[in-house]
Design a protein around this ligand. Structure first.
Ligand code: ZN
Length: 326
């Protein structure tokens, strides 16, 4: 099945074998430090799984390689359009400029022709105002030239969404689209704050189910939620896959999309996620298609490109109905 993915982090989706090779350690050692364990306690601990990949993502050639490998992995997973995100200033520890970081990642993904990938640049909770502002400026520099939007990621519980209002006012003024991680480690109020800044998309957002007001706000404003079920289990936002509210959200007609978040950290692909959704919640192929159409609609690509991808997805549906082997 052809897929669209809007929420996947570059640094959470690095091949362990690549990190092992670049650091001269064993694959097992890399995996141990990059893939979350079952006894993982919370989002803070989950975030430590990014330390090792970030060590090697500090040179142009490594960034190019890692970006290209993710593009190849996405193709392998049946993804035809993706928005890949990362925080550029995490990759400046060995002297790269933000411009060089973004350019290197773009060069890597452009080497893979079978998929279209646009970038979303993440501001970070807990980072300085200046660093986040620089991220906005570099996004502006590359806007519609490989970069399509901004995000706010990191520890939502510790650093409240409301503290980042000024930065999003600037993003809005600069006409840079954005999505915000909200309603994951923190509650519905965080999502309401993100919507009040002008976010049309929310990363996760599952905690809106605690508040009818927030649910209404999301539906009324046509907000799309980038739901990442396995990641939510791994960060203990939900107690188990069976208890994930993804089906409840879908049944309430909330616009949702399905995403991996961090392919390596959560040891997941979109194909494996779709399989779990079918097994645990009886989602049909049509449901999944609908969520892919939601993803195209909510993506930050151009109107012309949206039309192209909607046609590709609908053509596949016709073939499927005719019983063609896909
Ligand atoms: Zn995320």
């Amino acid at each position: 099945m052809k897929k669209i993915e809007l929420h996947v982090h570059l640094d959470g989706s690095v091949r362990p074998s690549t990190v092992a090779e670049l650091l001269g350690i064993s694959d097992d050692e890399a995996k141990k430090n990059m893939i979350v364990s079952y006894d993982n306690k919370n989002l803070e601990e989950y975030l430590t799984k990014f330390d090792l990949p970030l060590k090697v993502m500090q040179t142009k050639s490594n960034l190019r390689r890692i970006a290209k490998e993710l593009a190849l992995d996405l193709v392998e997973d049946g993804v035809i359009y993706a928005e890949v995100r990362f925080a550029p200033f995490f990759h400046t520890k060995q002297g790269l400029s933000l411009n060089e970081v973004v350019s290197s990642v773009l060069e890597g993904i452009k080497e893979v022709k079978k998929i279209k990938i646009n970038l979303i640049l993440c501001m970070m909770r807990g980072a300085s105002y200046e660093d986040n502002l620089k991220t906005i400026l570099v996004a502006k520099e590359f806007l519609n030239n490989g970069v399509v939007g901004l995000d706010l990621a990191g520890d939502e519980h510790k650093y409240k969404t409301s503290s980042y209002k000024d930065l999003f006012l600037i993003a809005k003024k600069e006409k840079i689209p954005f999505t915000i991680h909200a309603g994951e480690a923190d509650g519905a109020k965080s999502v309401m704050d993100a919507i009040s800044f002008g976010a049309k998309r929310i990363g996760h957002g599952i905690r809106i189910l605690d508040s009818d007001l927030a649910i209404n706000e999301v539906i009324k404003n046509g907000i799309t939620l980038e739901v990442c079920p396995t990641s939510n289990v791994d960060t203990k936002v939900v107690s188990s896959y069976e208890n994930h509210p993804v089906k409840k959200m879908y049944d309430k007609k909330i616009k949702i999309t399905i995403n991996t978040d961090d392919r390596t950290v959560s040891n997941v692909t979109l194909s494996s996620e779709y399989k779990k959704l079918k097994t645990h919640f009886n989602f049909t192929r049509n449901d999944l298609l609908k969520m892919n159409l939601n993803a195209v609609d909510a993506s930050f690509m151009s109107v012309e490109e949206k039309k192209k991808y909607i046609k590709i997805l609908k053509d596949e549906k016709i073939l499927f109905k005719k019983g063609k082997d896909l």
